[in-house]
Design a protein around this ligand. Structure first.
Ligand SMILES: [Fe+2]
Ligand SMILES: [Fe+2]
Length: 198
């Protein structure tokens, strides 16, 4: 097709937001492991909450309802990947719950809980990077090849509707959280202090 559909750009935008959050989380874990900073549980909870609420409530349902179903209607070429991705959406929900649980343990048990929390962060981040790669490298190219302008019209509208996770019902809650993440996270993620030592 001769123009890049808005829905594609919006999906990639949402992936960039998620990747930034994962990057922030990994960065904080590295700082904590190196003993350069004291755990800021307000910030860690805000990031984990945001990651949990955003893919689960907004991103995955839109992908399944609009992009995957349209593609399944037009071709069987994507069936195997879509099966994997739908399973991963379910697994992702389990992994992020585990991450939240490990964060709680870390907060209550202190240093002894750190290793499990760090492992849960790594498990979720590497899982999710792979997931986004499969969507961007397999699904989007097939969608660009097989979907019609009418299909894209519906997808564009669905993704534009609440493309910005800071809009809609949870607008204030999400906006507060996001600015907290950006304000508290050290550079290069945010504008907070470079390190907060004990
Ligand atoms: Fe997905
Ligand atoms: Fe996605």
């Amino acid at each position: 097709m001769d123009h890049y559909p808005a829905g594609c750009a919006l999906i990639r935008d949402e992936h960039r937001t998620l990747a930034a959050l994962l990057h922030a989380l990994r960065h904080l874990v590295r700082e904590l492991r190196g003993g350069h900073t004291k755990a800021d549980f307000t910030l860690l909870r805000a990031i984990v909450y945001y990651i949990d609420a955003y893919p689960e409530r907004m991103h995955h349902p839109k992908e399944e309802l609009h992009l995957f179903t349209a593609l399944e209607r037009r071709t069987h070429e994507a069936d195997a990947d879509i099966r994997v991705l739908r399973n991963e959406h379910e697994n992702g929900a389990r992994l992020i719950r585990d991450l939240g649980h490990q964060l709680l343990r870390y907060e209550h048990e202190g240093a002894t809980g750190f290793a499990m929390f760090a492992a849960a962060v790594e498990a979720y981040a590497s899982f999710y990077y792979q997931h986004m790669e499969r969507e961007e490298n397999h699904i989007i190219p097939l969608a660009l090849r097989h979907l019609t302008p009418e299909d894209w019209g519906a997808i564009d509208a669905a993704f534009a509707e609440n493309h910005d996770p800071l809009k809609g019902v949870d607008e204030k809650q999400f906006r507060d959280l996001f600015s907290r993440i950006v304000n508290l996270a050290p550079a290069p993620i945010g504008v907070g202090a470079a390190s907060r030592t004990a």
